[in-house]
Design a protein around this ligand. Structure first.
Ligand SMILES: [Zn+2]
Length: 392
C-alpha cells in the first residue's frame, strides 16, 4: 500500500527496524488510508507501532493520549459509583414522613454511610432478637452503637418467637434491611427496592468506557486491530444505550408488570440486535452505514417514549418521577451536544493543527459522554429514592 509505505517509524523492513527502533509520531499525510479519519488534526499520530510500544504509549504524549485517559478515568469514576451504590442502605429513621420521596441517603459521605449501616445492622440484630428469643431474653439483650450510644431494644408489641416468620432477616447480600422509625422503637421493616437495574446500567457504562479507552490506545497498531477494536467499541456503545433503559423501565413501571416486561423486552431485543450488528462482519458493509446509524439513533431516541409514559402516569403524584425525568432530559441534551461537536469536528475545523493534542472535538465528545452518563446515574439514584419508599 503506497500510503502505508511512508508509515515506517516502527514497521519497516527488518533492517529498517534494526536501524530505527525508536517509534516516532508522524503527520496526517503520512498515514495509511485506514488510519485517516480527521484531516483537521495534522500531527502527533502513532502508526503501526509494535503492540508493546503501542500499549506503553498510554504514558506518552500523542493525539490520542487525552482520549485514552478521559474514558479510563471515566471508567474508574463509574467503578467508584458502583461501590458507593452497593454500600448505600436507605434509612427512613431521620424522617418521620410516612410517604413521599425523601428517604435519607448518605450518598457521597462514605464514612457516615459505613457508620450508619453498622448502626442499622446492630439495631437489626436487636430487632431480630425480639422475634427469635423469648420476651424476657429479648428485653435483656442490648446493643451499643459505635459511639457508645445504646440501641433501643424494646420489642414492639406482638413480637415473640412465634412471630419470627413475619420479618425477613437481612442476609449477607443486603437485599433487605430492617430500619427503625424516628423514635427508634423498631417498628418499621423497610425493604429496599432491588438494585440490579441500576447495577446493569453501571456495568454497561463501565464496559463502554473501558472498551473505548482500549480502542483509542491500540487501534493504531494494525489494520486488523483497528477492525476488531472498533467493532468492540460499537458493541460497548450499544451496551451502554441498552442498559441505560433498565432503571427507567424497571422502576417507572414497577406497578404494571406487563408494561415493565414490554419495555424491558423491547430494549433488550434492540440492544442484542445492535451488539450483533456491531460484531457481525456482514453488517460492516459501507452501504449499510445508514442502517447502523439508524439503529443506534432509534435506540437512543426510543427512550423518549417510556419517559413520556412515566410522566403521564406519575408526573402529578411522584416527585421522583419528575426528578428522574429531569436528569434523563439533561443526559439526552449532553449526549446530543456531544454528538453535534463530534460530527461538526469543532473547534479543530476552525484552526487545523492547533488542537492536535488538546481540545479537539473527540476529546470534548468524551467529556460530554461522561457527563451524560453521570446525569443518568443521578436519575437512577432518584429512582431508588422514589421506589424505596413508594412501592405498589
Ligand atoms: Zn472515542
Amino acid at each position: 500500500m503506497a500510503a502505508a509505505s511512508s508509515c515506517i517509524a516502527c514497521n519497516g523492513t527488518a533492517d529498517e527496524k534494526e536501524e530505527k527502533r525508536k517509534c516516532e509520531l508522524i503527520g496526517y499525510e503520512a498515514l495509511p488510508e485506514w488510519l485517516k479519519d480527521n484531516e483537521f488534526i495534522h500531527g502527533y499520530y502513532r502508526c503501526e507501532w509494535p503492540m508493546k510500544e503501542t500499549i506503553l504509549s498510554i504514558f506518552s504524549i500523542h493525539n490520542e493520549t487525552l482520549n485514552v485517559w478521559s474514558h479510563l478515568i471515566g471508567f474508574l469514576l463509574f467503578l467508584c459509583l458502583t461501590i458507593v451504590t452497593a454500600m448505600v442502605i436507605p434509612r427512613n429513621g431521620s424522617s418521620s414522613r410516612s410517604s413521599g420521596s425523601s428517604t435519607a441517603y448518605q450518598l457521597g459521605d462514605l464514612v457516615e454511610m459505613a457508620k450508619a449501616n453498622m448502626t442499622v445492622a446492630l439495631r437489626h440484630e436487636a430487632l431480630a432478637a425480639c422475634f427469635l428469643l423469648p420476651p424476657s431474653a429479648a428485653a435483656a439483650s442490648a446493643a451499643l452503637s459505635e459511639d457508645g450510644q445504646q440501641i433501643p431494644t424494646s420489642c414492639p408489641p406482638n413480637t415473640s418467637s412465634s412471630h419470627h416468620h413475619a420479618i425477613q432477616i437481612q442476609g449477607s447480600t443486603g437485599n433487605t434491611a430492617a430500619t427503625m422509625d424516628a423514635a427508634g422503637t423498631g417498628t418499621t421493616a423497610a425493604d429496599p427496592i432491588t438494585r440490579w437495574p441500576l447495577f446493569a446500567y453501571l456495568g454497561g457504562a463501565m464496559v463502554c468506557l473501558l472498551t473505548s479507552s482500549a480502542c483509542h490506545l491500540i487501534l493504531c497498531h494494525s489494520e486488523r486491530t483497528a477492525y476488531v477494536t472498533l467493532r468492540l467499541d460499537y458493541a460497548g456503545i450499544a451496551a451502554l444505550i441498552a442498559t441505560s433503559f433498565y432503571p427507567l423501565a424497571y422502576y417507572s413501571f414497577l406497578c404494571d408488570r406487563a408494561l415493565q416486561r414490554l419495555y424491558m423486552g423491547s430494549i433488550t431485543a434492540m440492544g442484542a440486535a445492535a451488539v450483533t450488528a456491531s460484531l457481525v462482519p456482514a453488517f460492516q458493509a459501507p452501504q449499510l452505514r445508514p442502517l447502523r446509524a439508524a439503529l443506534f439513533s432509534c435506540m437512543g431516541a426510543s427512550g423518549a417514549l417510556p419517559i413520556a409514559h412515566k410522566l403521564l402516569l406519575y408526573g402529578g403524584t411522584a416527585p421522583g418521577a419528575v426528578a428522574s425525568a429531569g436528569y434523563e432530559a439533561l443526559m439526552g441534551a449532553l449526549y446530543a451536544l456531544g454528538v453535534a461537536v463530534y460530527a461538526a469536528r469543532v473547534p479543530e475545523r476552525w484552526a487545523p493543527g492547533r488542537f492536535d493534542l488538546v481540545g479537539h472535538s473527540h476529546q470534548l465528545f468524551h467529556l460530554f459522554v461522561i457527563a451524560g452518563a453521570y446525569a443518568h446515574y443521578l436519575a437512577g439514584v432518584e429512582y431508588l429514592k422514589w421506589r424505596d419508599v413508594d412501592k405498589c
